[in-house]
Design a protein around this ligand. Structure first.
Ligand SMILES: Nc1ncnc2c1ncn2[C@@H]1O[C@H](COP(=O)(O)OP(=O)(O)O)[C@@H](O)[C@H]1O
Ligand SMILES: [Mg+2]
Length: 274
């Protein structure tokens, strides 16, 4: 169990409060940090908060925000100086070079998570921070493990449809947890959002609950249609299960667009967990 004693952080400034959690920027041990504080004793929030800390504390990858410390009511993360992908896309759709590069970075982070037995379950532009605000693979910092699932932990949220409808895979909406292919659906929705300025289905809940929807008008260059075809399928069996295959799709599209190929980070650059 994480220690009960509260950590003292300096110069806290409130970013926002929601769902019994308070998010602040602050300083801790001389460095800027992002602090999530649990302000409620609601059993569901207590459990999810604990689970977020449990999962984040096991992760160590350059494209995943590091958890520096935790108590029963606080999660102290490294501060990412930059902006979220949401803030960037809100200014207008991204060019294919930037959109595919950021998506590549998200896939790199996901490949690591999935090897660790973690599914993120809430991939969306709000949860992708960009270090220095740069729309590049190496600037990606994946945040927010509040909905994540770790294979070896019991799932306390079986009856809850947790996630964000516009980015959630249909089987996740139906209650399935822990399937890496659900995250790959969300990556397809994320790339769609980057290129179109909005996520795939206008009536997201209708789509998730199986109601017929108009055919998707894919955004961006036709070269990316294979990527969307392998991610945005209702049936997870019809999606690819291989992240490297999706990366190959991105590189193939980049080649057709005369953009330089991207290359995977070697696993040796993943340091050991704290
Ligand atoms: N380490 C960080 N550094 C700077 N900003 C962050 C960091 N982590 C999250 N944020 C910002 O705060 C927002 C909320 O954090 P998040 O962990 O997603 O909490 P929530 O569970 O409330 O969605 C994110 O969407 C992002 O914009
Ligand atoms: Mg979030």
């Amino acid at each position: 169990m994480p220690p009960a004693q509260t950590l003292e952080v300096n110069q806290p400034r409130l970013l926002y409060r929601s769902g019994g959690l308070r998010c602040e920027g602050a300083r801790w041990r001389g460095r800027p940090v992002f602090v999530k504080t649990r302000e409620t004793h609601s059993p569901c929030t207590v459990r999810r908060f604990w689970q977020e800390g449990e999962i984040a504390s096991r992760l160590c990858h350059p494209l995943v925000v590091p958890l520096l410390a935790r108590t029963a009511t606080q999660l102290v993360y490294d501060w990412v100086e930059g902006r979220s992908l949401r803030e960037l896309v809100d200014q207008g759709p991204l060019p294919p070079d930037e959109a595919t590069s950021v998506t590549w970075g998200v896939l790199e982070a996901l490949a690591y998570l999935h090897v660790q037995g973690v599914t993120h379950h809430d991939l969306k532009p709000e949860n992708v921070m960009l270090d220095g605000g740069r729309a590049q693979a190496g600037a990606v910092r994946l945040v927010d493990f509040g909905m994540s699932h770790l294979r070896e932990l019991p799932d306390g949220s079986k009856s809850l449809r947790m996630g964000t409808p516009q980015f959630m895979a249909p089987e996740q909406f139906a209650g399935a947890r822990g399937d890496p292919r659900s995250d790959l659906y969300s990556v397809g929705a994320l790339l769609f959002d980057c290129l179109a300025g909005e996520p795939p289905h206008k009536d997201a809940l209708g789509w998730l609950s199986g109601q017929p929807q108009p055919a998707l008008q894919l955004p961006g260059p036709a070269a990316l249609s294979t990527f969307f075809g392998r991610t945005l399928q209702r049936d997870p069996e019809r999606r690819t299960a291989q992240i490297c295959e999706l990366q190959a799709c991105l590189n193939q599209a980049r080649g057709m667009l005369d953009l330089p190929r991207l290359s995977p980070r070697s696993p040796q650059t993943w340091a050991a967990p704290l």
